[in-house]
Design a binder for this molecule. Structure first.
Ligand SMILES: Nc1ncnc2c1ncn2[C@@H]1O[C@H](COP(=O)(O)OP(=O)(O)OP(=O)(O)O)[C@@H](O)[C@H]1O
Length: 609
């Protein structure tokens, strides 16, 4: 491939890649200059006291593009996490990270962007849809300005060709390429126009053209006054020299900080001149790594380089810079757009996702239609005699079971895939957890109510259930509440447990227990007192009673009396006037599980930083 970069201008290419407009106006948006300093950072594990970073100091100034480099395990990710105050679970930190001279802790997320290595998006959305929703979450401006900004960023990052393509999911759903996904990550972060950007291996896994185009984007962001700090793996010499500052870490300690040219001179001075035929960053990295066959020798070499750096002039100069950096104003924190805006944007995203996942919708509907027909055929037109009554009650119970199991296990699968994106966006300050939760629940509401109602209505006349309009409506209400109980319980378990398999392992016996307490498998009045109360926690109990009571409340047959009604209900210890209690019981279960699900999600997301 033949590629060429023109400094600060358009990237030209000859092999089908889209150009990256690095001259776009928005890239030159005024930003508040940000200087980040980190001084005497020491990080160790809380349990074993293993030292991950030892006495690391440094500075990144406005307009600088800084590369964090070093061998695997050198401590690059740990340092980036320290700077962003993320992923510090189980670690203890000493030292200070300052932004314009202020220690702002986790609020750094509110003035910075973070282009993560692992791209996570909503695969069913197109690039344009995804960015517009991100813009709504990240920008305070009106729709027209958001549209303009998204268009400019799409243009700037060369995403025009794929703007209407679905993002997709590598290996699962065909979508945009790896390079486009990487640029989309940058695009999202640029919407809020941050003065400070972090990037975790933005060039890894990309071909040389794409890697160059990503570095060019970063270069232009830095040229516009932003501060950029990125972990960079094995860059080519060309890319290496595009950075303003290189920080090499080795064994958790600083081994060099300075310009690329200074790094060449430094390694030459300390006895490791870089041969002409070698790629400088690769050579330096080799000198800072422990070679498996000569561990002791490598250790000695690294110790020598580190102590040489500690005593050299560049190190003294940067230490002074870190210590004397003045305190200046911070840029305004990115503001949360508010509950209603967030919920609206997230609801739109969730609806598109649900509607564009036709397999899930289709399967749910087909399953419920088939089950409705099956139950209807199995219990076809039951007569009003002893066996008919028994069969009718069994059919009603079966409807409750069918409304429960497939629903509960179906909803559990989504959280595992979605949580990483939600946690990331939450910690980026895009929305409150409640906004996400409400939007997700609302988006699933039609799918997890209509299908159950359809199943009940299909089987209703086939079984020959009593069909005054009040009885039909009351049955549908009970069915919707039962399905919602199962949905909310499934959602709660999905929020509570880390993986779907663990949630299911818990849900299977729990739902079996609730089913046992329904009244069908044993008259609940005969259960021991100390366990009998548990029936009031079971939606099977309320749902089954609600349907049975409703069915036998009115039968169009002259020989049917209240005496017969009470005999039928007494088999289960059900009471003829309990319908309202059942509706209240089911509603309480729905509210309880939705609230519990929210609390579980809140705790889980907060802990995931
Ligand atoms: N939470 C943790 N608990 C224990 N050890 C940790 C923890 N985080 C990192 N480490 C260890 O600290 C060292 C530095 O890890 P870090 O991820 O920062 O390295 P890195 O330079 O980013 O490596 P790579 O390029 O392979 O990602 C490694 O030995 C790693 O195993």
């Amino acid at each position: 491939m033949n590629t060429k970069l023109s400094v600060g201008g358009r990237k030209r290419c000859t092999a089908g890649y889209e150009s990256v407009d690095t001259n776009s106006s928005k890239i030159n948006d005024a930003v508040t200059p940000i200087t980040v300093t980190w001084e005497n950072i020491e990080v160790k594990t809380r349990k074993k006291g293993k030292i991950l970073l030892n006495n690391v100091s440094g500075i990144a100034k406005p307009g600088e593009m800084v590369a964090l480099m070093g061998a695997s395990g050198a401590g690059k990710t740990t340092l980036l996490n320290v700077l962003m105050d993320r992923n510090m679970k189980g670690l203890e930190m000493e030292g200070a990270v300052k932004v314009n001279g202020n220690e702002i802790g986790q609020s750094i997320s509110l003035i910075s962007g973070f282009a993560q290595q692992q791209e996570i998006f909503v695969p069913t959305l197109t690039v344009d849809e995804y960015l517009m929703i991100q813009a709504k979450l990240r920008m305070q401006e009106n729709q027209a300005i958001r549209r303009e900004r998204v268009d400019e960023i799409i243009e700037m990052l060369g995403l025009n060709k794929c703007r209407d393509s679905k993002i997709g999911n590598p290996g699962l759903v065909k979508g945009i390429s790896g390079g486009e996904a990487r640029r989309l990550t940058f695009a999202c972060e640029l919407l809020s126009n941050p003065s400070l950007m972090f990037a975790d291996e933005p060039t890894s896994g990309l071909d040389s053209f794409m890697a160059a185009s990503v570095v060019q984007i970063m270069r232009n962001l830095a040229n516009s006054g932003r501060t950029l700090i990125a972990i960079i793996h094995q860059p080519t010499a060309d890319l290496y020299f595009q950075f303003d500052k290189i920080i090499f870490l080795s064994l958790g300690r600083p081994a060099f900080m300075g310009t690329p040219q200074e790094s060449i001179n430094f390694f030459s001075d300390c006895g490791h001149p870089i041969p002409k035929s070698f790629n400088p960053p690769e050579w330096i990295q080799t000198k800072l790594s422990i070679q498996p066959t000569e561990e002791e020798k490598s250790q000695e070499r690294i110790e020598h380089i580190i102590s040489y750096y500690e005593n050299c002039q560049i190190s003294t100069k940067s230490s002074t810079e870190v210590r004397t950096n003045p305190t200046t104003d911070l840029p305004p924190f990115i503001e949360n757009p508010g509950f209603f805006t967030e919920t609206g944007a997230l609801l739109k995203r969730a609806f598109i996702d649900v509607v564009r996942s036709p397999a899930q919708m289709r399967m749910k509907l087909i399953q419920k239609i088939v089950m409705g027909l099956f139950i209807g055929s199995l219990y076809w037109q039951q007569p009003l005699d002893r066996r008919g009554v028994q069969n009718t009650n069994s059919a009603l119970y079966f409807l409750i079971a069918e409304l429960t199991f497939s629903t509960m296990f179906g909803i559990m699968t989504f959280m595992e895939h979605e949580l990483p994106l939600i946690a990331r966006e939450y910690h980026d300050g895009l929305f409150y957890v409640i906004s996400y939760y409400v939007s997700r629940c609302l988006a699933y509401l039609p799918l997890f109510t209509l299908d159950g109602a359809i199943m009940v209505l299909i089987s209703y006349w086939m079984i020959g259930l009593n069909n005054t309009w009040q009885q039909v409506l009351k049955s549908v209400l009970i069915s919707v509440l039962v399905e919602q109980s199962a949905t909310s319980c499934g959602l709660f378990l999905a929020c509570l447990f880390e993986t779907t398999s663990v949630a299911i392992a818990f849900a299977v016996p729990a739902s079996g227990l609730f089913a046992l307490l329904s009244g069908l498998y044993g008259n609940t009045s005969n259960f021991p007192v100390y366990i009998r109360w548990m029936q009031w926690t079971s939606w099977f109990r309320y749902g089954f009673e609600g349907l049975v009571v409703n069915q036998w409340s009115r039968v169009d047959n002259s020989s049917y009396t209240n005496f017969y009604r009470d005999v039928i209900l007494d088999q289960f210890s059900f009471k003829h006037d309990n319908y309202q209690l059942d509706v209240i019981g089911l509603s309480s279960i729905v509210v309880f599980f939705y609230l519990a699900g929210f609390i579980a999600l809140l705790v889980r997301i907060r802990l995931s930083r």
